[in-house]
Design a binder for this molecule. Structure first.
Ligand code: SAJ
Length: 421
């Protein structure tokens, strides 16, 4: 059986490579020619632990190849982005354009009996919409029978739930929610996941599977918002948020997450809006959590400006252009190179644009451009800067030598609690 994976990004490529590592023939499809060429050389165009080894082996052994146009296969796994867009005065409407074009392209090569799985995080109803797009676009379909068991194509929604930084392990170990359009669709999708998933495969409807994924990420967003709101309250009343959370979490039924500079990435900062957009009057807590988390970067920027102001009070003969600021970390979380929707990047860029003095941009996981990345560059930036803002708790910043330098400084804004561990 041939399995095709449409979209070779952070989810599609690891999934394609892991299936290929089980000695299944996998055709990866992506519109990005550079990604396709890189993969066909056995290399990767994204940073994710262990991914390079798995992709290299799969391509070398001939189980994985990439192309820009869909080819016939027995199963298709669609893993394309689902961002949001502004429409009719609403800033956060799900944008299904990538699913639409992927499903129409797949429709051109579909044959009776094929399985199509939507893995992209999607608003409720997207899988039904995808089925309708495919039915419309299928050239071979004279009498479209796209619903119920009579349909000749099996369609399911099986949302991905892997954590960036641990994708290769979680792809295999996590349980999967499998939402078939019908019971036969769920059974066909389960058989596919059982090729590589060691966790449980639990079946439900497509709509429930869509909502389950949105719920998981909204749960995390609401809980991070609670921590972020507490951090702002504690700052105002001069209590250490890090000590407070540690103490509160000693309670057997309390488990507060960690505050930070805001919520980034392409999932948690996006998916809750899919619920809000569908049920705006009911989703009050979910919307507020998004707003609390989206406000946090501005709060950090204000703190940095305050710290710059404070250093000037101590040094009356200086102006703001004499004050240097170091921004530690640009990625959206620790130990990855992913800048998508990164609050750290947003904060650092705002400071760089508005602050008249020197700004050190430090990101050990990105080597190109103007960022400092080596250990000596990190320690130089920390030693020289008048104000340091820790935006990401990368392992390089947790090195003893860097922590010691940070502890000597009087103007450190520690958004990740690195100095209070
Ligand atoms: N964050 C905090 N405090 C915390 C935890 C996270 O500020 O205590 C921040 C991070 O710094 C980051 C953001 O939240 O900016 C999101 O990071 P994350 O590690 O919580 O999640 P993601 O976006 O990397 O991956 C999430 C995961 N979802 C859940 O844990 C419920 C993952 O399992 C999903 O597969 C992924 O979204 C996805 O693709 O939807």
């Amino acid at each position: 059986d041939t399995i095709s994976v449409i979209g070779l990004g952070y989810i599609g490529l690891p999934t394609a490579a892991v299936i290929a590592s089980r000695r299944k023939c996998v055709i990866g499809v992506d519109v990005n020619q550079h990604a396709v060429d890189t993969i066909n050389r056995g290399d990767v165009h994204i940073v994710e632990p262990e991914l390079d080894i798995v992709v290299h082996a799969a391509v070398k052994e001939g189980y994985l190849r990439a192309t820009t146009r869909p080819e016939p296969a027995d199963a298709f796994l669609i893993a394309v982005p689902t961002p949001f867009k502004a429409e009719n005065g609403n800033d956060h409407v799900p944008d299904l354009a990538y699913i639409e074009s992927a499903s129409k392209a797949v429709a051109q090569v579909l044959k009776a009996g094929d399985l199509v799985i939507l893995e992209s995080t999607s608003p409720v109803g997207a899988t039904e919409q995808m089925a309708a797009w495919m039915a419309e676009a299928r050239p071979d379909l004279t009498f479209p029978q796209t619903h119920g068991e009579a349909s000749d194509i099996r369609i399911a929604h099986c949302p991905e739930r892997v954590l960036p930084g641990h994708v290769v392990r979680e792809l295999v170990e996590n349980d999967r929610v499998i939402g078939g359009m019908t019971a036969k669709c769920s059974a066909a999708a389960t058989a596919l996941y059982q090729i590589f998933v060691e966790g449980e495969c639990i079946t439900t409807t497509a709509r429930t599977a869509e909502m389950a994924k949105l719920t998981e990420n909204s749960f995390r967003d609401v809980n991070i918002a609670f921590a972020n709101e507490l951090s702002i309250i504690c700052d105002k009343i001069d209590i250490s948020i890090w000590e407070l959370i540690r103490l509160a979490n000693l309670h057997p039924r309390v488990n507060i997450l960690q505050p930070g500079p805001g919520v980034g990435g392409h999932c948690i900062a996006v998916d809750p809006w899919f619920i809000v957009s569908e049920t705006p009057d009911e989703a009050r807590l979910i919307r507020t959590a998004r707003e609390v988390n989206d406000y946090k970067p501005q709060w950090v920027i204000d703190k940095v400006n305050e710290a710059v102001g404070k250093t000037l009070i101590d040094r009356p003969n200086k102006t703001a252009s004499d004050i240097s600021v170091a921004c530690l970390g640009l990625a959206f979380k620790a130990d990855i190179d992913d800048l998508r929707e990164s609050p750290a990047l947003k904060i650092a860029e705002d400071i760089k644009e508005r602050h008249p003095g020197k700004v050190f941009m430090v990101e050990p996981n990105i080597e190109e451009g103007e960022t400092s990345s080596s250990l000596s560059e990190i320690s130089d930036a920390v030693s020289q800067a008048d104000v340091v803002v820790v935006l990401v708790d990368h392992k390089q910043f947790r090195e003893e030598q860097i922590i010691a330098l940070l502890k000597q400084k009087s103007n450190v804004i520690d958004t990740r609690g690195m100095l209070h561990g």
